[in-house]
Design a protein around this ligand. Sequence first.
Ligand SMILES: [Fe+2]
Ligand SMILES: [Fe+2]
Length: 233
Amino acid sequence: MKIIDPVKSFVKNNSGCAVVFQELNIDFCCGGDVSLQNACEEKGLNAAGIYQRLMELKSSSSEEKDVSGLTPGELTAHIVSTHHVYLKQALPRLTTLMEKVYQAHSSRHPELKPLQAVFENLRAELEPHLLKEERVLFPLIVKLERDALGVQMQASAGPIRVMRHEHDEAGKLLQEMRTLANDYVAPADGCQSYQLLYEELRKLEEDTHLHIHKENNILFPAIDQKKEVSTAP
Ligand SMILES: [Fe+2]
Ligand SMILES: [Fe+2]
């Protein structure tokens, strides 16, 4: 790996890098085409130091499963059983927690109102998105893998384009939430629920970034590659 390689390729090479990028608020999923050097410079970070830190990480040092050896069909099953299951449990729980914190603290913390609104927008985007993947795109990917039919391969292009667009939208909403929530540092007068809410929102961001990375940077390119092979003269 080189310092001029795109950020996403570091995570693809070693999923442990995601934890470092998350900590530094460097986008590795939707905006992951930027080189490590440029991404660090944009944030005023020492690119050489960060590069060194990434290189010293052991391969897949996090608890995150190494997905690089999975076929596209296996990857869809992994994404559903980890990230989709997580979101289906976390999103309703966060709605309740957000409302509790809003009721108790919004008079002194007016930023909770837009934060709650952006979160509900994100939830309204993500829930149907998961269903579209589970009911349309992922079964199609499994079928493509089984049948390897060139004509059907083309059928995945439209849904993939839509999913990528929805990922970009979710990425923007997550960034908006982080800004409204002061980088998820709870205020000094925040109660335990406030702290918990920010911890949970930070976890939501972390999991969703990794989730989108697996789809945008591993799963979809694998399908595009298959399409090219099957339609080659
Ligand atoms: Fe997904
Ligand atoms: Fe997705």
